[in-house]
Each structure stands twice: as C-alpha cells, then as structure tokens.
Write a protein that binds this ligand. Structure first.
Ligand code: SF4
Ligand code: SF4
Length: 343
C-alpha cells in the first residue's frame, strides 16, 4: 500500500486508515477479525476515541500484540485538563499500551483557551511531556475552528470531514495544512454513508499527499474493497469522475451528514442523525433496511418534535434540523405508500 508522510509528525502512514467508530456495533470477535485483516492488509493507522464505547478495548484486544508495528490515534471530549488526562489513562489501559501516537481533542466547538493552564489544551501538552502521546491534534466539524487550529501552530494534526462532496473552502483546508506542514486526517470520507462510490472516494482522496482517510468500516466486504483499491492503484478515471458528479449533483446544498452531534439532548427521542437524511438513505442503501416496522416507528417519532431547537444549535453545519426532519417525514410517508407499506 502506498505510504504517505503525515505532515510534520513524520509518521509513515499507509494510505488507507482505519476509522474505529463502527466497530462499537459489532461483537468483539468480529471486530478482532476485521482489525487483524486490516493489519494483515497493510493498514497501520487506527483512529479511535474514548467516546466510542468499547472501540479502544477491541483494538487493544485484537492488535495489542503488534502495538509496536501500528500507529494509534485516540481522542478525548474532556473539556478540561484533568478530565482529558483521565480519559487518556483509560484509553491507554483499554488499548493495552503506554502511549498513543496522536492524542486529539475531540470535536472541539472552538479553540481551547491557551491562557488557562487548566484547559484541555494543557492536557495535550502534559500528555506529550510525559511521553503518553507523541503528537497532538484536534478534531472538529467546524471549518472556522479547523482553519484557526491549522494557523495556530499549536497542533501536529487536524481531523476534519473531507470527501469529494466537500466544498472548495473545505478542500482548501488541506492546502493550508500542507503549507503549515500539518497532517490531515479525513473523517467522514464516505460522508456518513451517502457517497455512492467508495472507489471514487478512495481515488479522490489518495491524490492529497498529506491526508489520510480513516474509513469507518464495519463489514469485512467493505474493508476488502478499500484494500483492493489500494492494490489496483485505482486512478480517478472517467467512470469514477462520473460517479462523483452524480453524487455532487444530488447532494448539493444543505444535507445532513449523519455526524450525530445534534443527537444527545432531543427531548422527543428522535434519532435525528438518521431521520434527517432518511430519504437519501432510502435512495442509496437497500431501502428494505430502512422501512422495517422498527424504522417506521422511529420515523413516526418525528411527530413528537416540540421544536425546542436544541438540535439546530448543536449542528456544526448550521442545518435547520427540525425542517429537515419534517421534509424527510413527508418523503418517507410517500415512499412507504408507494411501496405498499403501512405508515
Ligand atoms: S427541535 Fe425537535 S428534533 Fe430538535 S432536539 Fe428539539 S424536539 Fe428534538
Ligand atoms: S442534523 Fe447536523 S448535527 Fe445532526 S446529524 Fe445531521 S449534520 Fe450532524
């Protein structure tokens, strides 16, 4: 597999990274099989988070024996020094290691306060000083925060959602990071499952020499696909360009990326991150998966929305989530009717 240099970290990273969020959803043995196949297939970079329940433990279980041969990035949502450092200790225990290669502040809404020695920024500095991490970074869904972090000179890596659906402004972040000699870690490289061509997603991002996509794979077939794209070189040819254009035409404008950051406090218990993009999912995935009786019940919960606006305030893309939910509800209802399903 082609090796890329991750900016000034000088880490040599295989061009396919492993995003370890989805392995929360599968059994420990299935996750271990997936992780070991990834390792055997040449993937050496594994990105996880304290927030991803047992993802770290599964990595420790599956790859603890080859720790010295892999690179691990984890992250903390602790918003002060003490909490973030406590999270790191837990991460190290789970991962069966005494250091991580990159320790990141997870999904920061703004740059941390560098004038406050109790802020989460000082957790990164302390972790680096003590040797519990080698490099430090941030992850965010907000472009202004990513740009500010890149310009600050404080971090070694920036993790941000990037794919062929990204806007020119978002893609310019990659060039800015190159100028600053920062490594870019691309999350949501399949745009939360909305991108229809993983092959085009791979071919598009491989062209950026300072960027590693972390594919959130959950099934062996998905992993094998990404391994095979690297093996076959997979140039961005006319067929893949056409696939990209189709997706771009269909997904222009404001669409829900499924990031889930609006989710926590919905008083109506609506599964917003799926419900707000349901009609796109119906068109792109086997629709039967999303029209089961259980899914129809979940979609009906949209009727319980009290319009509190909590989701709108939390959405890093500034989406009008309640409106998106209502639109998706109407489309879903019609889709069910057309397919003879009770709703
Ligand atoms: S506006 Fe509706 S969907 Fe959004 S958090 Fe409030 S109740 Fe939930
Ligand atoms: S509505 Fe916004 S915050 Fe919620 S899942 Fe979609 S993109 Fe993320």
């Amino acid at each position: 597999m082609k090796i890329k240099r991750l900016g000034r970290t000088e880490l040599s990273v295989a061009e396919n990274g492993f995003g370890a969020l989805p392995i929360q959803r599968i059994s420990r043995d299935d996750a271990a099989a997936l992780l070991r196949r990834a390792y055997d297939g040449g993937i050496n970079f594994y990105d996880t988070a304290r927030f991803y329940t047992d993802s770290e433990e599964k990595i420790g279980y599956a790859l603890g024996g080859v720790r010295k041969d892999i690179l691990i990035a984890t992250k903390s949502m602790g918003r002060d020094k003490r909490t973030a450092l406590e999270h790191l200790e837990t991460s190290l225990r789970n991962l069966k290691t005494d250091y991580v290669d990159i320790f990141q502040l997870h999904n920061i809404p703004a740059l941390p306060d560098v004038n406050n020695e109790e802020s989460d920024h000082y957790a990164l500095l302390e972790a680096k000083r003590s040797g519990k991490c080698r490099f430090i970074g941030i992850t965010t869904h907000r472009l202004d925060v990513a740009v500010a972090a890149a310009k600050s000179g404080l971090y070694d890596t920036i993790q941000f959602p990037l794919s062929y659906l990204s806007t020119p402004d978002e893609l310019a972040l990659i060039d800015l990071c190159r100028e600053q000699d920062l490594g870019v870690i691309a999350m949501k490289a399949m745009s939360g499952g909305l991108i229809s061509s993983p092959e085009a997603a791979f071919a598009f991002l491989r062209g950026y020499d300072n960027l590693i996509p972390i594919w959130g794979v959950q099934r062996m077939r998905e992993l094998e696909d990404f391994l095979s794209y690297a093996e076959r070189e997979t140039p961005l040819d006319e067929r893949l360009l056409a696939a990209m254009e189709r997706d771009r035409a269909e997904l222009q404008g404001n669409f829900c990326r499924g990031c889930g950051y609006c989710q926590g406090g919905c008083p109506a218990g609506i599964e917003i991150s799926n419900a707000a993009r349901m009609i796109l999912m119906l068109r792109r995935a086997p629709w039967q998966e999303y029209t089961t009786p259980a899914w129809r019940e979940k979609m009906k919960k949209i009727n319980d929305c009290i319009g509190c606006g909590a989701c709108r305030r939390r959405c890093p893309y500034g989406l009008d989530c309640p409106t998106l939910l209502r639109e998706n509800y109407a489309d879903y209802e019609q889709f069910c009717r057309e397919h003879g399903l009770e709703f």
